[in-house]
Design a protein around this ligand. Structure first.
Ligand code: M6R
Length: 606
């Protein structure tokens, strides 16, 4: 959950390194550091805070070097402190290492190295690595590459590393096992990054490492070898389809708002997801005896929405399981298909679920946003949702687009099964109109939601309630409220309320109800009954409702009125409102929108 960058170029690359880790800050932002090779020796600077704060306080700009590495951290082992910030150096100060991941056997390695006289200055797992390489050199490794390779063979865990050493000027060494690392190929400069964003303003040509590979970049060249055989691996050069502009704020105050506004485009891309991949996924699902949808956090809620979409559009029951519980719960065999959902394609829990499913002989597929990500490479079929870079830690456009992609899969599956709904053509037309409707709601409701959020931001406790597919929509909107506004919001099926939580209703708790359009008659009636239960206890109620639904006027304290739409797409408009409501609440409370405390975008640890 950290961001790694590296450059070998000509002239001073310090600015480039600082820019790189700034673009990677969504991966972690509690501390950062840089190590460069200056006048034949390593210079290291690091500290606690954002890249902006640390680079100024520690005067990174005083450095002048053509080779270096940098890191932005999300703490796993060891508190957030300057000593625990990366890079870490060997005792002789000639080797510096940055790391993303967790070294499982670091305590044994550290004890062994300490017994051999190595002095440690941090409480991190990573610090063993420079000492380990130094020790291999002391023990007689033929050269630095051999020492690095021998060290990799002693490490148990998950990692991507970038290493600089004064012993090999003009080179950055890298390695990957379970955590991502990518090379960017530039003009008289090559780059390293945890993802494409690290160097997208310099080059779109990239080489993606697979597990158990290590390599080197120089100014004009690179090589990649297998850690297992030590033979050179011939790698494909990928052209990245994002550009630097897409990863900028483009006039919006926050990435979250920009990405909310990019949803019409993200939906269009998801509706047009690659037909070949789609056909393969459908075939895979048709042959399966058991189907799981997996994800974590927001993507678990996407999977839950998928459960309802598969039922509504394909008449199939599929199980949505949180990826972090998957290995403890799921029954998997060769007749199982596991369809994972992930924005980053790097989430540890989701990767573990997929690896465990593959080990049991299951077929795997994914809806994923990041091309070349670990998940996209691990599964049998990857459907790239093509939503463009999502920078804010708060997932919005990726999630909505994933739900739309799951609808597409369910609809295609139904067509292949011959079980399509009678009104399937109307539903398809409604989805085709969704981008414009999302745009309309953005245009017409932003102001109202902003004002509403200013009125309601004082409520510290919320219940977010929905039934049917609105239940996982409520869960997802509650997660938005928690992570960005730091407000306690409990998502729940509205029908569940009477089984216990109703006792919470008083002046201190506000309920937000996700009401379906009146045309969805049965569901609408059920929700109405649940609102009555809250009102009978004098609870405060806010509702997302559809125009012309006067049945609710007297029951709600505040209403957000939405244009009357086909019931199949109505939940997506309510998701949009929930995202905006959380955003404006967070703005009203002056929260750090795109980088909430304690979180990171890409969670690559257990
Ligand atoms: O990259 P992924 O989609 O696999 O990430 C999964 C979750 O960590 C992620 O959705 C998280 O819950 C977000 N912060 C939600 O906004």
């Amino acid at each position: 959950m950290c961001g790694i960058a590296g450059v070998v170029g000509q002239g001073n690359v310090v600015d480039t390194l600082v820019r790189s880790i700034r673009t990677l800050e969504y991966r972690g932002y509690d501390s950062c550091g840089i190590a460069v090779l200056q006048n034949g020796a390593l210079a290291v600077k690091k500290g606690v805070g954002t890249v902006e704060e640390v680079s100024q306080a520690e005067r990174f700009s005083d450095l002048d070097a053509a080779t270096g590495i940098a890191h932005t951290r999300w703490a796993t082992h060891g508190a957030v402190s300057a000593e625990n910030a990366h890079p870490f150096t060997s005792c002789d100060g000639r080797i510096a290492v940055v790391h993303n991941g967790i070294i499982a056997n670091w305590t044994e390695l550290r004890a062994r190295l300490e017994a051999h006289g190595h002095k440690f200055r941090s409480q991190t797992d990573t610090e063993v690595v420079p000492h380990l390489i130094e020790e291999q050199l002391k023990l007689g490794a033929a050269d630095f590459e051999t020492a690095f390779w021998q060290s990799l063979n002693l490490i148990d865990g998950a990692y991507s590393f970038a290493v600089v050493t004064s012993l090999e000027p003009g080179r950055v060494f890298v390695a990957k096992h379970k955590n991502p690392i990518i090379i960017g190929l530039g003009e008289s400069a090559n780059y390293i990054g945890s993802d494409f964003n690290a160097f997208i303003d310099k080059t779109k040509r990239a080489v993606v490492f697979d597990d158990d590979e290590y390599g080197v970049i120089t100014k004009d060249d690179f090589w990649v070898k297998s850690r297992l055989t030590r033979e050179v691996v011939c790698k494909d050069v990928t052209t990245v389809q994002w550009d630097a502009e897409m990863a900028k704020k483009g006039g919006y105050p926050h990435y979250m708002l920009k990405e909310i506004h990019e949803q019409p485009h993200a939906i269009r891309m998801a509706l047009g997801v690659d037909a070949r991949g789609m056909a393969q996924v459908v075939e895979m699902l048709r042959a399966a005896k058991r189907i799981y949808l997996v994800g974590t956090g927001t993507t678990y809620y996407v999977a839950l929405v998928g459960q309802y979409l598969f039922k509504d559009h394909a008449r199939r029951f599929v199980s949505a399981v949180a990826a972090d519980e998957f290995t403890l719960l799921a029954e998997v065999d060769a007749e199982t298909v596991v369809l994972a959902v992930s924005q980053s394609g790097e989430t540890y829990d989701t990767m573990q679920a997929i690896r465990c499913a593959k080990a049991a002989g299951a077929k795997t597929a994914a809806v994923v946003n990041v091309m070349g990500s670990s998940l996209a490479r691990e599964v049998n079929v990857a459907l790239l949702q093509m939503s463009g870079p999502e920078i804010s830690v708060i997932s919005t456009k990726a999630a909505l687009a994933q739900m739309v992609a799951l609808y597409r899969i369910a609809a295609d599956l139904a067509r292949a099964d011959g079980t399509a709904r009678g009104d399937a053509a109307d539903v398809a037309a409604a989805f085709a109109a969704l981008p414009d409707l999302v745009q309309q709601v953005l245009n017409e409701k932003s102001g109202f939601l902003n004002t509403l959020a200013k009125h309601t931001c004082g409520w510290k406790d919320w219940l977010f309630l929905g039934r049917g597919v609105y239940y996982p929509i409520a869960l997802e909107c509650a997660l938005k409220m928690k992570e960005v506004a730091y407000r306690h919001a409990e998502g729940m099926p509205a029908g569940f309320l009477k089984h216990g939580t109703l006792s919470l209703i008083d002046d201190d708790i506000c309920s937000l109800i996700f009401v379906p359009p009146k045309r969805d008659e049965a569901l609408h009636k059920m929700v109405l009954a649940n609102i009555e239960q809250i009102r009978a206890r004098e609870g405060h109620v806010v509702g997302f409702v559809y125009d012309a639904d006067e049945s609710l006027a007297s029951l709600l304290d505040e209403r957000v009125l939405l244009p009357d739409v086909h019931p199949s797409i109505a939940p997506f408009l309510e998701l949009l409102c929930g995202q905006m409501f959380a955003y404006f609440t967070a703005v009203a409370l002056k929260r750090p929108i795109d980088r909430p405390r304690s979180l990171a975008k890409s969670v690559t640890v257990p």
